[in-house]
Write a protein that binds this ligand. Sequence first.
Ligand SMILES: Cc1cc2nc3c(=O)[nH]c(=O)nc-3n(C[C@H](O)[C@H](O)[C@H](O)COP(=O)(O)O)c2cc1C
Length: 402
Amino acid sequence: MAARAHSAEKHLHPLQDAPSTSQLLAQGAAAAGLSATLAPFSAEGSWEQRLAANPYLMAPMAGVSDQAYRLMARAGGAACAVSEMVSVAGIHYANEKTWQLVDPDPAEPDLIVQLFGSDPEQFYEATKSVIDRYESKGKLHKLVAIDINMACPVPKVVRKGEGSALLDDPARAANIVRQVREGSDYNLPVTAKIRIGRKQHDYVAPAFALALERAGVSSVAVHGRYANQFYTGTSDSAAIAQVVRAVDIPVIASGDALTAAQAVQLKESTGAAAVFCARGTYGNPWIFADARSLATGCTPAPHTTAQRLDAFALHVQLLAATGAHIARARSLAGWYLKGMPEAASWRERAMHCVGVSDYLHLIAQVAQANSLDPASVLVGEALQLAQEASAAPYAEKPSHHA
Ligand SMILES: Cc1cc2nc3c(=O)[nH]c(=O)nc-3n(C[C@H](O)[C@H](O)[C@H](O)COP(=O)(O)O)c2cc1C
């Protein structure tokens, strides 16, 4: 207890000192049951061997899997992560906002960058620009692969012939693969992510994946839904297994890996080389390490309420440290607080949080209400801050750290 008080004192005002993401991880990861040391994606052997050695990956999720989110996933054992999808046209007119999607955080060991678009020439240019960007910052070693989005079902994307619209045009899709390979001087793995078809019962995935294989992709990720299903219904793992049998390249299975057990099951039932965890990571950055444990016959320990609050506190601080819009913490509140006593009421209060300190106060209050004695420096500090500013309710307090 004395040691904890000392450490809380030492780090009393971390937000004002603007700690780096590595410092935040060093301070907060262990108490949240996460690793502060983020391992790079395996560099040993062929692409297939690298995936086989590291089969549980953080999926691309636009609007979600930003730098902070990916850091949490890597701290939770994700073998690698994919950026949010980045428009090749956007890269052409690149502004800082676009580069924020492409750049890894300094604490991220490495990254797969996902591009979307429809024009093969633009893919060629965008690949060159991404590589130049990484090279100019001395971090080319961090660029693991370029992934091509052929899966996005969002109407404003599909209308332009991008994302899942490419499933209707295998010749164009193959040309895009060739252009990206050429743009990378054949020095990087080029991968693609697809759905099983555009419309229900129009199952094109095996033939389409074969066309991509012939164009030179190193692996193909398959989300077992049709694009017109968006995220409804269930993902068809038998349809993914059929793609596994149709191609010689490794397949990454995606769809309904909502728990660690489901992630392991998805890999086993499809025979895929690896699995993408997407919505299963909501409030659960431990899913990757847990899946690895389960796959080796071990039963992972359940994650305590204190660990979940610590993880939430760490995640919010990482959001701030990476310059992300703090409004993203609202979804995080829903995810991390899910299942806790009075969760609905805490979530409703989170809707009124504006800045990082508001969220930390909220987390401290949840910890107090649950009679927790958080071991983490981050939640310990939040408790102290909450006590110092006990008069006004946090919701009405102006935020200085937003
Ligand atoms: C909010 C959200 C954003 C997504 N964004 C992308 C994206 O940018 N690129 C992509 O290839 N897939 C994207 N996906 C699809 C996921 O990577 C994954 O394939 C899908 O969610 C199925 O996995 P799950 O059922 O385990 O969530 C997104 C999914 C969600 C829920």
